[in-house]
Design a protein around this ligand. Sequence first.
Ligand SMILES: [Zn+2]
Length: 283
Amino acid sequence: MAKPVPAFTSTEDFFFKTPLYSVQQIDYNAAMKVFRKSFRVDGYCPYCRQQSTFVHRPTSQDSLPSTDEKPHFTGQVALACARSELAHIIVFHCRMASGLLQKVGQYPSFADIALDESKNYSKLLSSEDEAEFHRAIGLAAHNVGIGSYVYLRRIFERLIVNRFEEFKAAEGWSDGDFYGVRMDDKVSLLKDHLPPFLVRNARIYSILSLGIHELREDQCLAFFNVLRQSLVVILEEDKKKKEDLERQKQLEKEIAAFTKPDKELPAPTLASLGDSKYITKNE
Ligand SMILES: [Zn+2]
């Protein structure tokens, strides 16, 4: 069975989330909007190193899409970042034949942009997770879908195992409660210590496993962004929870250390504080 070709959904998806050479079906009207009309689109700017809005101003040099139902076109689309329209430009080479659209080149490369974007998450990750997250994004950017799932799954597994090891003594769990049971059961065992988004969406793990064992490359790639962003949400929640616990622990320590002040000592006067900056000139 020939694999179905996905339909063009938006300029944002096409220019910023679709790897080179991936094919999409596009009709004449949508093709005219992409290549002949001005538009604005949100995406990651590798020059600003953050999300930005890009502007497309079509030139007249490229060949026009032919007017039949399955348009042909080949040419360049330059998107200029609204923060610096002359310097921050991403250039795409696009090809459309028989109504099938693909990017056949771009600068800066899709992988460079994706990897640069992933550096924003470095602060959430251990160095081991960071290296593997980076690898997952790099592979997906080069159309290696199944391989990218392997690395995402390893990050997921590591979070679960680390959490078990952190809490097993306090909770009185034995290794047998955890190792050797299914991931669903691991997540429900650890549910009070895991990010709520992960607990609600533990299915992510089975999707990752399905990708590794059963899905095709293109099916993995089509869902990669959802999984990547889900993992970021999980890591952000996890980091926030750790910081909250740390802050609470510190405050509890300070509250426990509080001792009632001695009543016999007189309250300090301004003069006894011995600091002239507290005493106004009139005194
Ligand atoms: Zn920019």
